[in-house]
Write a protein that binds this ligand. Sequence first.
Ligand SMILES: *[C@@H]1O[C@H](CO)[C@@H](O)[C@H](O)[C@H]1NC(C)=O
Ligand SMILES: *[C@@H]1O[C@H](CO)[C@@H](O)[C@H](O)[C@H]1NC(C)=O
Ligand SMILES: *[C@@H]1O[C@H](CO)[C@@H](O)[C@H](O)[C@H]1NC(C)=O
Ligand SMILES: *[C@@H]1O[C@H](CO)[C@@H](O)[C@H](O)[C@H]1NC(C)=O
Length: 269
Amino acid sequence: MKENVASMIVFLLLLFLNIRLLKGQSPPGKPFIFKCRSPEKETFTCWWRPGADGGLPTNYTLTYHKEGETITHECPDYKTGGPNSCYFSKKHTSIWTIYIITVNATNQMGSSVSDPRYVDVTYIVEPDPPVNLTLEVKHPEDRKPYLWVKWLPPTLVDVRSGWLTLQYEIRLKPEKAAEWETHFAGQQTQFKILSLYPGQKYLVQVRCKPDHGFWSVWSPESSIQIPNGSSKLGTHHNKLNAYIPAKITRQRRLHPAAFLNANPITAQR
Ligand SMILES: *[C@@H]1O[C@H](CO)[C@@H](O)[C@H](O)[C@H]1NC(C)=O
Ligand SMILES: *[C@@H]1O[C@H](CO)[C@@H](O)[C@H](O)[C@H]1NC(C)=O
Ligand SMILES: *[C@@H]1O[C@H](CO)[C@@H](O)[C@H](O)[C@H]1NC(C)=O
Ligand SMILES: *[C@@H]1O[C@H](CO)[C@@H](O)[C@H](O)[C@H]1NC(C)=O
């Protein structure tokens, strides 16, 4: 009799489990915190990817504690950063502090916790791209025209107080060219491009990076038409360089002056 009851219980348990499995229900898979980013070293956001779906409604809880402290806090704001995110406002962001962050996924069948993510805000800064990129062709007297590129730091970043120091990179190419030409601009927010293919439309972008963080994405493209060159020879060679690379060598031999244009795009700060 006892045996019967025991096997009955086992049977029922298995049946219950089977029904759960048939319905595809299980505890949720382990979530994964895939990114934490601060746009200006004053606030930050972390995002996670849910693990395997347990087939049931799942709640996610992000908790953190600061290294050296025992108090655990829950995420102060699940909304601002979009789905599966936690936003830490200025009030909740301290620098020179390591945050130890985990996400707990829970449904009726159980729970699973992500691996911890260690975050030091100083090292996760990825600014927005620079803004107000402007292009202008300058025509100095008796010199070749050049392209003057200017921009402003991203709006959120406080560069005036030196809270964050940004370095810039610009890249440009004739509209139809495949390859970008990249120039490092240091901390300046302007750059001169001295030698260009005349008569071409150029696309230009700029991006920025703080000392310890990551490059921003490239700003939206700005474009400008470079006027046709004044010197016929220069124009000719530039066009050859641009479109018929195989002939450059012969041109160089014929016209030593072409060496000056061998690297058609040169730049100076
Ligand atoms: C995850 O959440 C569940 C439900 O609130 C709780 O029982 C479990 O202890 C939590 N796990 C961790 C590691 O915090
Ligand atoms: C998820 O959260 C809601 C609202 O707090 C609660 O009513 C529900 O019981 C939770 N579900 C689980 C599986 O923990
Ligand atoms: C930057 O561009 C925006 C939008 O075009 C404009 O409103 C703003 O005044 C510009 N800022 C500066 C400093 O030029
Ligand atoms: C400038 O280039 C365009 C296109 O290549 C051409 O149609 C035009 O005639 C040129 N203008 C001058 C003044 O050379």
